[in-house]
Write a protein that binds this ligand. Structure first.
Ligand code: CP
Length: 316
């Protein structure tokens, strides 16, 4: 594996899950694999889980780790080619990327959708420049359209907690004060489409995801109907994908918040969210604090997903 920008690049999902569960049981078994290798983690956006879990994963593999917060202490970067650089941006990404590549063996990049242009976001203009110009294996730490390390951790968590071969998994939109990218729900849908689980996406009208990510999922605009009999409820906010309202907030309906009454419609489902989460917007206090909430083990599995992927990248 030369890049990891989509969960589909894992190939055989069952084999990848088996490997991840082995890594979880044997976190230090590959300590020699990363000896004298350096991971550079480049953040264009904030992070708590991805930053810490990916560092921990690299350390478990015996790697050195460098972290660059592009917006704190680095030169302000120009990303458009052809511009006259007479603004406050002192360095071009086209020099910065190969320089970064010269200092490391593998590069992780976090670069969210900017909501300025749907075309640019869905073409992954920042991530793809790292792939093209760094000369090193690149992995996504959440890009404009996908968050595959999160999805892998989500799938590991479901694998650990499912009690039937084919659970019903419901991904439901929930309200949020800001417009959030589609990376997590796109990626989760992409991952669920690699399984044979029953997969339902519930969202208000105007919030349907891009068809290539929806895949074989059933889409409904009726959350209560979707939740009936669910084994896992995966809550997330996202902004509309449709061209007319791309990146806007067009629904603030608090009737979509995941509450105890909503969870009572399910088959005693587990609650999942990638975090960070807005309590009493996305999910009520009692649901996230309940025994059926998986948000902490899900976040802990971010180390496992990152370590499994880094192991694949540096084993090449
Ligand atoms: N879930 C997730 O990616 O968390 P961070 O944004 O804190 O990294």
């Amino acid at each position: 594996m030369k890049t990891f920008t989509s969960i589909t690049q894992l190939g055989d999902l069952q084999a990848a899950l088996k490997e991840a569960l082995w890594v979880k049981q044997n976190p230090f078994a590959d300590k020699k694999l990363g000896e004298n290798k350096t991971a550079l983690l480049v953040f264009f956006n904030n992070s708590l889980r991805t930053r810490l879990s990916t560092q921990k994963a690299a350390l478990n593999l015996g790697m050195n780790v460098m972290v660059l917060d592009v917006n704190q202490g680095a030169w302000k970067l120009e990303t458009e080619r052809g511009v006259i650089m007479d603004s406050d941006k002192s360095e071009h990404l086209l020099e910065a990327i190969p320089v970064m590549g010269s200092y490391c063996d593998v590069i992780g990049v976090r670069s969210f959708a900017r909501f300025e242009s749907r075309e640019d976001d869905y073409n992954e203009v920042i991530l793809n420049q790292f792939i093209k110009y760094s000369g090193k294996p690149v992995f996504s730490m959440e890009a404009a359209t996908r968050h595959p390390l999160q999805t892998f951790a989500d799938l590991i968590t479901i694998e650990e907690h499912k009690t039937k071969a084919r659970p019903k998994v419901v991904m439901t939109w929930a309200p949020h004060p800001k417009a959030l990218p589609q990376a997590v729900p796109n990626s989760f849908a992409e991952g669920l489409n690699m399984t044979d689980y029953e997969f339902v996406i519930a969202n208000p009208e105007g919030y349907d995801l891009a068809p290539e990510f929806v895949g074989n999922a059933k889409v409904t605009h009726n959350q209560d109907e979707a939740l009936e009999g669910a084994d896992f409820v995966y809550a997330k906010n996202w902004a509309p994908y449709g061209a007319e309202n791309y990146g806007k907030v067009i629904c603030r309906d608090m009737g979509w918040t995941v509450t105890a009454e909503k969870m009572a419609l399910t088959d005693n489902a587990f609650f999942m969210h990638c975090l960070p989460v807005r309590r009493n917007m996305i999910v009520s206090d009692d649901v996230i604090e309940s025994e059926r909430s998986l948000v902490i083990p899900e976040a802990a599995n971010r180390v496992v997903s990152a370590q499994t992927v880094l192991k694949m990248l540096i084993s090449e």
